[in-house]
Design a binder for this molecule. Structure first.
Ligand code: HAM
Length: 470
């Protein structure tokens, strides 16, 4: 081919490619107003939390870890097995179990229609879900009782205020299939142990609300009593008088307190059976040396309870004037009401945000600090090569059961030693260029300042010996 012919061919090919590119170019799409707004906002808008939601930040990790490990340990000791139920359930599950007329169902449910038009709900609590799972998976066929525990987020569209969130964490324990009062006592003991183990003194309030028939008779007496005092009541209580008279006993408004003091007490409406059950629970608690406060006005806010009910408060002497850390009770009729075989049950749930906050206040008041599980040593590195080698060593030491802290963002030995000192770690492993080349490492005793050069191969054993771990 001549040069001219070659040039012609190249030109023709270029033209072809240009035409192709032109035809392949996508037509420009006009942006909608929303897209334009979104574009304009991108890079500018920062997002806030939804109302009533909160982040749990690393600075609080020590508390959350402490609570979780305590719950896990207690569950193992008292033979509760972990269950995890979904966060989203059929709305009817909670309406039927918790009951219409309760605040949780009437005002606080996160209900919405999913894409299929089904009415679903973010769980406001987990007892109903556990009962659903118990029935669905035929757990009544297994040796009873079935003891289950859970840890997870719950959702209530509550008016946010101190200690009241729209998403919050609960740990819960449920025992299904045993009517004995020892079960009620064991659960109260569980709550007591939980707070003793995390280091928060609490007060446990107990009461019995009997069976639905006993309660109905009591409700009538209560309504009669309050009706005669209607003019002394706050507006909320006037509503409660019609909707849910038991909630009258829960009122915290000052003007209602004198009326409440003279109100009939549920214990006088209990049958001999219910009274006996309650007495036995109290005897168990005495035997276990679990302190409790008898509170005749304690009724709980969920409909499914029968007989024993209880709530836990920080032991500050303010009792029920503050928010409960947790609560629970017996719910002997719920399994049957939810479509299962009649099966007695009892349980409790503790709110973790409120518990963390109460623990922090207690630690502040008593000037105590939570003791964290510390690392065994700190790895200080100097230079690129040393850093690469250090990461490998840290990982190898982790496999051998040693926890090594480090901060690769720091380059100077001085600042790394300061960090280790701040963490109160007993030893620092120092790895510089020279040590990488020699195959050695320096172990510095932070208390005495004495440094020892050791062969890298012997580092693990030397460190373990110094830590008393061999
Ligand atoms: P509960 O009393 O509704 O009982 O809730 C237990 C705990 O969850 C409360 O004492 C509180 O610490 C926490 N909690 C409730 N609502 C909020 C909120 N809006 N913000 C922050 N924390 C909150 C139950 O849920 C029952 N399922 C307990 C139970 C288990 N009964 C039998 N088995």
């Amino acid at each position: 081919m001549t040069t001219m012919a070659k040039t012609k061919k190249i030109k023709a090919e270029k033209k072809k490619t240009a035409v192709k590119a032109k035809t392949e170019k996508k037509p420009e799409k006009k942006e909608s107003k929303e897209e334009q707004a979104a574009h304009a906002e991108r890079g500018k808008k920062t997002y806030n939390l939804l109302r009533g939601m909160h982040d749990i930040l690393p600075k609080d990790e020590k508390y959350w870890k402490n609570f979780f490990h305590t719950a896990e340990n207690l569950a193992a000791h008292f033979q509760f097995n972990r269950i995890e139920t979904p966060i989203v359930e059929e709305a009817g599950l909670f309406i039927r179990s918790i009951g219409r007329g309760t605040d949780v169902v009437d005002k606080e449910m996160y209900v919405f229609e999913d894409r299929d038009g089904d009415k679903v709900c973010l769980r406001p609590e987990a007892t109903a879900s556990v009962v659903r799972a118990y029935i669905l998976h035929g757990m009544w066929n297994m040796p009873q009782p079935i003891k289950l525990w859970y840890w997870g987020p719950m959702f209530r569209y509550d008016r946010p205020q101190a200690g009241r969130f729209r998403q919050f964490m609960q740990v819960g324990f449920e025992t299904i299939g045993d009517p004995d009062p020892s079960v009620d006592a064991e659960l109260i003991l569980q709550a007591h142990n939980f707070y003793t183990d995390v280091g928060l003194p609490v007060e446990i309030h107990v009461n019995s609300i009997g069976t639905p028939e006993e309660r109905q008779r009591y409700k009538t007496a209560l309504t009669d009593f309050y009706r005669a005092k209607r003019s002394y009541l706050c507006d909320d209580c006037k509503q409660r008088l019609h909707k849910n008279p038991l909630r009258l006993l829960d009122c915290k408004q000052e003007r209602c307190q004198p009326v409440k003091e003279d109100a009939p007490q549920i214990i006088d409406w209990l049958s001999e059976d219910s009274k006996n059950h309650f007495m036995k629970v109290l005897e168990y608690l005495d035997e276990l040396a679990v302190p409790y406060v008898l509170r005749s006005t304690l009724v709980r806010g969920l409909d499914y309870y029968t007989r024993t009910v209880f709530e836990v408060y920080p032991a500050t002497g303010e009792g029920s004037a503050q928010s409960a850390l947790g609560g629970g009770g017996r719910y002997d009729l719920l399994v049957e009401e939810m479509g299962g075989k009649p099966m007695p049950a009892a349980g409790l749930a503790l709110g973790i945000e409120r518990s963390v906050s109460a623990l922090k206040q207690h630690l502040e008041r008593t000037q105590t600090k939570i003791i964290l599980e510390k690392a065994d040593a700190f790895m200080a590195q100097l230079g690129d090569q040393a850093r690469r080698r250090a990461l490998k060593m840290i990982n190898d030491l982790r496999h051998s059961g040693l926890r090594i802290d480090y901060n690769f963002a720091k380059n100077s030995l001085k600042s790394q030693l300061e960090t280790a000192n701040g963490m109160q770690l007993p030893y620092v492993l120092i790895l510089g260029q020279k040590e990488v080349q020699d195959g050695t490492i320096i172990i510095r005793d932070m208390e005495s300042g004495v440094q020892e050069i050791v062969d890298q191969k012997k580092m693990e054993n030397t460190l373990k010996r110094k830590l008393g771990k061999v």
